[in-house]
Design a protein around this ligand. Structure first.
Ligand SMILES: Cc1cc2nc3c(=O)[nH]c(=O)nc-3n(C[C@H](O)[C@H](O)[C@H](O)COP(=O)(O)OP(=O)(O)OC[C@H]3O[C@@H](n4cnc5c(N)ncnc54)[C@H](O)[C@@H]3O)c2cc1C
Length: 421
């Protein structure tokens, strides 16, 4: 049975970022398993290693992520930022408005005295940079491999892994098991960790659009049916995330491209001129899922497995990156002091240290969404007043910008900060 120090289950953006961060700690034996095929990437014995082409391609249909400045800083400390930044769009302003209402507000990088409020990056480019980095490390990757069973052993876990392509099984042992396997985490279920599920009764329509005008301003437009966000991308495109009741979202993706653009135009208005082109439209059902425990002896949940947030405030990945930085710092300390990995007290301390930030982000996202999604007219007036006073009230705006920039709970990996971020 092969023994690992750390086994990361789930090679999404969170699992791969963690693997890149941990790979900097020399001599840790790390395994990453991913259920979906990671073609051309696997280093596992018996799987062909095909050279991956690491280059930017202009996708029209890709999902994008708004990275906070705090996340950019952590990627800088991992020596990944300069590459990610090549195809990231700096956010100079965030415009917040409500359909058919007077109130609007703008958060401005200049007023906040920062080079950018954050950066928008297409997920395929972010993942491509992370995977290319991972290939340079000694982290062992296996895919398509799923975790199917776990058993506690002295100082760790015995883990059963199933290769779905080859119909084979393998058993490994690990001192620390990390569940970064998404909203419906198998690790969470196998360990019997309960999770609360709250259905927002909304589904996000995600696509890219081309508009007549282009800038470095992001838009968040609140409507009684749900928020519509537009994030600027390089090459004159905007990433669109439109949260709607599920039946309306489904209807939106069944419309012809032209009819869909007419609906977007009608709801968003003419700030960006005409909407001229749209890519493939995809649906993402939106839920708030929160694991009731983030740690167990020799086990940690991260990313969507720990908490899945509504994308309205663009916080899910940013929050997970701060968790990754804090966990990496803990493992680094334990490794240097030759302490056992994954002891419960250290993991509980880590979880407690991160709780304040996590609670704030969940509350902020939830409040933002609920405040602007209540259909009652009286409430609409109050919200309208809220947005107007919000614009005149610099400290409230500053608070929102702090969340947008991910400065609220700054986590450092220890290297020199980049003043240009
Ligand atoms: C429309 C939308 C827009 C968003 N925009 C933003 C934004 O602007 N900013 C931001 O910070 N966040 C944003 N988010 C949130 C962000 O996308 C998530 O926080 C992030 O994707 C979480 O990544 P993850 O790796 O934890 O989960 P996932 O991306 O779900 O990855 C989990 C991985 O685990 C694998 N897996 C599952 N089960 C197993 C198993 N049994 N064994 C092995 N592997 C397994 C899966 O194949 C998958 O690859 C957005 C989310 C949505 C839906």
């Amino acid at each position: 049975m092969t023994q690992y120090d750390i086994t990361i289950v789930g090679g999404g953006s969170v699992g791969v970022t963690l693997a890149c961060a941990l790979a900097r700690i020399a001599q840790l034996k790390i395994l990453l398993v991913e259920a979906a095929p990671m073609k051309g990437f696997c280093t596992a014995v018996g799987v062909d290693v095909v050279a991956r082409k690491h280059e930017y391609r202009r996708y029209f249909d890709a999902v994008s992520t708004a990275l906070s400045r705090g996340t950019a800083e952590i990627f800088h400390q991992l020596n990944l930022w300069s590459e990610i930044r090549q195809y990231a769009t700096p956010l100079q302003q965030i415009h917040i408005s409500e359909k058919d209402r007077f109130g609007q507000s703008v958060i401005d990088a200049k007023q906040e005295k920062v080079p950018a409020l954050g950066y928008v990056v297409e997920n395929h480019w972010l993942t491509s940079v992370l995977l290319a980095q991972l290939q340079k490390t000694s982290v062992e990757c296996r895919s398509p491999v799923s975790i199917t069973a776990v058993k506690p052993i002295n100082e760790g876990w015995e883990v059963v892994l199933s290769n779905t392509a080859q119909q084979t099984k393998d058993v490994v042992s690990t001192k620390l098991l990390v569940g970064s396997d998404g909203s419906h985490s198998s690790v969470r279920k196998l360990l019997g960790i309960e999770a609360s599920h709250e259905d927002y009764q909304q589904t996000a329509v995600v696509t890219n659009v081309v508009t007549e005008k282009q800038g470095l301003m992001a838009f968040e437009r609140f409507m009684p049916t749900g928020p519509l966000a537009l994030l600027p991308l390089i090459e004159k495109r905007y990433a669109l995330v439109w949260s709607l009741p599920p039946d309306q979202a489904k209807a939106m993706i069944e419309l012809s491209p032209q009819d869909f653009l007419v609906h977007v135009q009608k709801n968003f208005g003419h700030r960006l001129g005409a909407f001229t082109q749209v890519g493939e439209r995809n649906l993402y059902p939106l839920q708030l899922i929160q694991a009731k425990e983030m740690v167990r002896p020799h086990c940690v949940l991260l990313g969507n497995a720990a908490r899945t947030l509504h994308p309205v405030a663009g916080q899910g990945f940013n929050l997970a990156v701060r968790d990754i930085a804090a966990l990496t710092a803990l493992i680094q300390r334990q490794y240097q002091r030759q302490q056992p990995l994954g002891d419960l007290q250290s993991l509980l301390n880590f979880s407690e240290q991160r709780q304040k930030d996590q609670t704030k982000v969940v509350q902020f996202t939830d409040t933002l969404l609920r405040t602007f999604s209540r259909p009652s007219e009286g409430w609409l007036g109050l919200r309208n007043l809220g947005l107007v006073t919000f614009d005149l009230w610099p400290s409230a705006k500053h608070l929102l910008s702090v969340h947008a920039m991910g400065k609220g709970a700054y986590v450092k990996l220890g290297d020199k900060p980049d003043e240009t971020i």
